[in-house]
Design a binder for this molecule. Structure first.
Ligand code: NDP
Length: 251
């Protein structure tokens, strides 16, 4: 990890992004985290002098460009970008409104594209970098009630593969991690949604989610962060264009 100096983690104020930011900072990088709400970002940054909080909306091109300009002026160009920000809205396809569809695609797919695009030229001239997308097992297979989410995450995997092919002759690697259910605020909202729709109690909803993982458990954010750290390591320099499923065996 020592060759890299400054990482961007979108959605780094909570959940998986927070775990990734903590791991990158522990490895000695300066880490800029962003999201729309400043409070969670400032809370994470307050606990770690290497982590720097900035608001940005990944769906807004000007907002992402302003983030790059100000963070890079302060701490140097990003040589690691983790496109993690995401939302999960759930509905049967026939009840998926155009607004739900558009919001999901805007954050998860267009937001991922906008988050990594400004790093291309500087990473090439700096002699290398790492791009990691936090996709999902829903980027590799379909499932009921998540058509927009699955479409957005399949799109992220396509973006990642295309970028990896385009950048293969540069020292920039581009990969995606594809987790199953992870214990984060997003999962808490999913549990609340199941409770609201089925009348089950919270534990029963959590048990049902855990049973979807062949290991029968909900994954910890740090497990995803550990995979990201490996992808950012020198040892993973030949690994590009790949998806790593962190799912307890779900395929
Ligand atoms: P969280 O809800 O905790 O994190 C999502 C983060 O994204 C929040 O910090 C949120 O901050 C940020 N975000 C959302 N919209 C935007 C936006 N428009 N611009 C900037 N930031 C935004 O959930 P997770 O940690 O679980 O999710 C992280 C990633 O992992 C997502 O891409 C998700 O799809 C993926 N994932 C999660 C799984 C799970 O089971 N938890 C499983 C598989 C994949 P704010 O609201 O302040 O903007």
């Amino acid at each position: 990890m020592t060759q890299f100096k400054h990482a961007l983690v979108t959605g780094g104020g909570t959940g998986i992004g927070q775990a990734i930011a903590g791991s990158l900072a522990a490895a000695g990088l300066e880490v800029t985290i962003c999201g729309r709400n400043i409070e969670p970002l400032e809370k994470v940054a307050a606990g770690n002098p290497r982590i720097h909080a900035m608001t940005a909306d990944v769906t807004d091109e000007a907002s992402v460009e302003a983030l790059y300009e100000s963070a890079q002026a302060a701490r140097g160009n990003f040589d690691v970008v983790i496109a993690n920000a995401g939302i999960a809205l759930s509905a049967p396809v026939g009840k998926t409104s155009l607004d739900m569809w558009s919001q999901t695609l805007a954050v998860n797919l267009t937001g991922a594209f906008l988050s990594v695009r400004p790093a291309m030229d500087t990473m090439k001239t700096a002699g290398g970098g790492r791009i990691v997308f936090i996709a999902s097992i829903a980027g590799l297979k379909g499932a009921p009630y998540i058509s927009a989410y699955a479409a957005s995450k399949h799109g992220v995997v396509g973006l990642m593969r295309s970028m990896a092919a385009e950048l293969a002759q540069t020292p920039i690697t581009v990969n995606a991690v594809c987790p199953g259910y992870v214990e984060t605020p997003m999962l808490e909202r999913t549990v609340a949604n199941i409770v609201g729709k089925t009348g089950r109690d919270e534990q029963a909803a959590r048990d049902a989610i855990a049973r979807g993982n062949p290991q029968g458990r909900i994954i910890e954010p740090q497990e995803v962060a550990d995979a990201v750290m490996w992808l950012c390591s020198e040892g993973a320099r030949s690994v590009t264009g790949q998806t790593i499923a962190i799912t307890g065996g779900e395929m």
